[in-house]
Design a binder for this molecule. Structure first.
Ligand SMILES: [Zn+2]
Ligand SMILES: [Zn+2]
Length: 309
């Protein structure tokens, strides 16, 4: 029943119930048996709940399964796993990796990385180290240009999030060195800009290999962040399949349901698995509710099929 509900976008979407109730199901039957989430973050990257609190929250929301997918970090997995065992919720260790990309932003989910992840852990430690060095190098360039700035200034703008070029851009705007984020990127932070330092990111093949070695599935997260039109995106994804890509996160909180359904169809036609996630970072972010995806639709456990195939 819920499966049809998910698939039948035209007739059901507009009459979608506003709460957790699905026609024909009581809340209890529904939430305990089907709702899951395969894209979430904890305080180990930029989420607001610690891994164990995230599991508690998922249980309280009635989820039956959850994956933790922190950015370039897997240290939260053992903590979440332990708590999941205690609370009786199915847990999938995961990660969200930043991948080299010439266009947009390319994030790759590693889902169900349940085997030996030592190689991945070591590589991620190296990535983190290189990013810290890069931030210091950008600060040095800014200071050399006469701007009074410290790493603490940028960290306070990031507010606990991983420091990115956006935070440097915001600082430049605050100091009246740039007019807008776009201006800051163009003149200072993009290739050719005064303060540009290349960022450490993995290649797709390297990331896929490590995810597979850890027993996981490699899935492109929120594919539209690649900033391609649908046709180009499909061609791009087909190319990624040759590098070992397993699937796509067709359903994500930020996208319209109909567009997501088109992605699911594309995946089905091309032998790719499909996952769905909220990209939950904690309460308070609009349209990012745990267990809900595109169009605030509850995430059905049918999305576990591909993951476990
Ligand atoms: Zn992402
Ligand atoms: Zn994410």
């Amino acid at each position: 029943m819920l499966q049809r509900y998910i698939h039948n976008t035209n007739s059901v979407q507009d009459s979608r119930p506003q709460d957790k109730r699905v026609a024909g199901f009581s809340d209890i039957e529904y939430v305990t048996e089907t709702m899951i989430d395969l894209h979430t973050h904890s305080t180990h990257s930029d989420g607001t709940l610690s891994p164990d609190k995230l599991i508690d929250y998922a249980c309280n929301q009635g989820l039956s399964a959850i994956a933790l997918t922190d950015h370039d970090c897997i240290s939260g997995n053992p903590i979440a796993k332990k708590q999941a065992e205690k609370r009786g919720i199915r847990f999938f260790p995961g990660v969200e990796l930043e991948i080299e990309s010439v266009q947009g932003s390319f994030h790759l989910l590693g889902l169900n990385i349940h085997k030996n992840d030592a190689v991945l852990a070591a590589r991620l430690e190296e990535v983190q180290k290189k990013r810290k060095t890069r931030n210091r190098e950008i600060i040095k360039k800014m200071q050399d240009a006469g701007i009074d700035v410290s790493i603490e200034d940028i960290a306070s703008l990031a507010g606990g999030e991983v420091i990115s070029r956006l935070h440097f851009a915001l600082y430049l705007i605050n100091r009246k060195k740039a007019r807008s984020v776009k201006d800051a990127f163009l003149r200072f932070l993009s290739p050719g800009g005064t303060f540009f330092i290349p960022k450490e990111a993995m290649t797709l093949s390297e990331a896929v290999q490590m995810i597979h070695a850890a027993g996981g599935k490699a899935v492109i997260a929120h594919p539209f962040s690649l900033k391609m039109n649908f046709k180009n995106l499909c061609n791009f994804i087909s190319g990624c399949k040759e590098s070992g890509l397993d699937g796509i996160e067709a359903y994500h909180s930020e996208y319209g349901f109909t567009l997501c359904s088109r992605l699911e169809q594309f995946a089905a036609d091309n032998g790719l698995i499909v996952t769905a996630g909220s990209d939950f970072h904690g309460e308070g972010i609009k349209n990012r509710k745990l267990g809900k995806t595109a169009g605030q639709t509850p995430i059905d456990d049918r999305f576990l099929d591909g993951l476990l195939s």
